[in-house]
Design a protein around this ligand. Structure first.
Ligand SMILES: Nc1ncnc2c1ncn2[C@@H]1O[C@H](COP(=O)(O)OP(=O)(O)OP(=O)(O)O)[C@@H](O)[C@H]1O
Ligand SMILES: [Mg+2]
Length: 242
């Protein structure tokens, strides 16, 4: 880890990041001095036991949640120094998020869910719809465009979630257990599709997983234990043994 990683030229830099939930006697430190770097286009798997802080880490990297101290820099932008509004705009444009529990909007159709990031980024509505229909075709769900999430299977919902996370070609994709609810075969197909789309636009990926098979598709593994990174923190000194 360089002494001043924010000047290192890495795409994503976390430097001594701390996150605390609650205050006083109920305060719980969930991220402890987390430091690591990710290069542009690199795909990193984040492993760790339940409760070790993986989802919390994704939430602070996405700017959904704030940190107590430390620095998070994405493509040279100091996320921790932005206002909430600035973080929201930054996230809409540059980050795609696949949530642990899909998080599709139940009142919107599959097509509308996929179109949403483009609408929020104020793309011309016709262009947005054309692009969303192409993305639906890409994930094999053209014929389900008008279905609502509760009319879709888990695997179908997850494909919609991937389409929605990647439609605006974000530079950084954060994925939380995006194959966790799927059977091995569907999960494998999903990973292939996910990796293919990420590779095409040289997206940087940080993905939480409990699956060794999914972790194997990453360039590198970062291991978390009790809110800290214990393994794989440097992108320079590590090669994957498996
Ligand atoms: N909003 C919150 N308020 C208070 N504590 C929280 C909050 N979110 C998470 N925590 C706590 O922070 C710790 C880390 O939670 P987190 O969800 O990041 O774990 P995780 O590694 O993603 O676990 P899992 O593999 O089960 O998804 C847990 O002890 C959890 O109870
Ligand atoms: Mg989690």
């Amino acid at each position: 880890m360089p002494s001043n990683p924010s000047k290192s030229g890495h795409f994503l830099v976390l430097n001594q990041v701390e996150k605390i939930y609650g205050s006083g006697e109920s305060a719980q430190q969930v991220l402890r001095s987390v430091s690591f770097c990710v290069d542009k286009g690199e795909r990193v798997a984040l492993l760790g036991q339940s409760g070790s802080g993986k989802s919390t880490l994704l939430n602070v990297v996405s700017g959904i949640d704030t940190i107590a101290s430390g620095e998070i820099t994405i493509d040279g932008v100091r996320l921790h120094a932005l206002s909430e509004n600035e973080r929201t705009l930054f996230r809409r444009r540059h980050i795609g998020f696949i949530y642990q529990s899909f998080n599709l909007i139940q009142t919107l159709t599959a097509l509308e869910n996929v179109t949403l990031p483009l609408q929020l980024n104020r793309l011309n509505p016709q262009l947005a719809e054309t692009s969303a229909r192409q993305m639906l075709q890409r994930v094999g769900l053209s014929d389900r465009a008008n279905a609502f999430p509760d009319q879709l299977s888990g695997g179908e919902q997850q494909r919609i979630a991937i389409a929605r996370a990647m439609i605006h070609k974000p530079a950084l994709v954060l994925a939380d257990e995006h194959t966790g609810n799927l059977d091995a075969e569907t999960g494998g197909q999903m990973m292939a599709l996910f990796n293919e789309i990420a590779h095409e636009t040289n997206q940087t990926v940080l993905m939480v997983t409990h699956s060794q098979a999914v972790a194997k598709t990453a360039d590198r593994i970062v291991q978390m234990v009790d809110g800290g990174v214990v393994e794989g923190g440097s992108s320079q000194s590590q090669s994957l043994a498996w």
